[in-house]
Design a protein around this ligand. Sequence first.
Ligand code: FES
Ligand code: FES
Length: 161
Amino acid sequence: MRVNVTVNGSEETVDDVWEGESLLYMLRERMGLPGSKNACEQGECGSCTVYLDGVTACACLVAAGQAEGREVRTVEGLAEGQPGDERLDPVQQAFVEAGAVQCGFCTPGLVVQAHDLIERTPEPSDAEIREALAGNLCRCTGYEKILDAVRLAARRKAAPK
Ligand code: FES
Ligand code: FES
């Protein structure tokens, strides 16, 4: 099967996709985008979170064929600037600075989910942060540093430039 999909702003054609293949597999194994992680493959952990037509989704639960004609944005597509001169998105930068990354397996999904939260709710309360990230599981950090990172990113994005 052939799938035509826009990924991180670039129109792509992917051939030889199997009908049962997930969007996550297609991104990672056929398109060279390993940022989205495969931790459970059952929609339980959120480590594979991507934007699909602007709405966050678990890429492991989306069939690759369902992405036909649609727009996908992965964690690789959050960085700002041109190739060779990219800057981390403020959410990515905040995760680094707050020490919110240990093994890093959950991090791409958390970053995409937190990015979406701050786009929709520029000054989220702690309760809103916890609710937004409830579907993203982390085995390592105890979540406090992750909350710190999201608060930091939201403050920076809200600050006048
Ligand atoms: S790998 Fe998709 S939700 Fe866990
Ligand atoms: S940093 Fe290891 S699972 Fe979150």
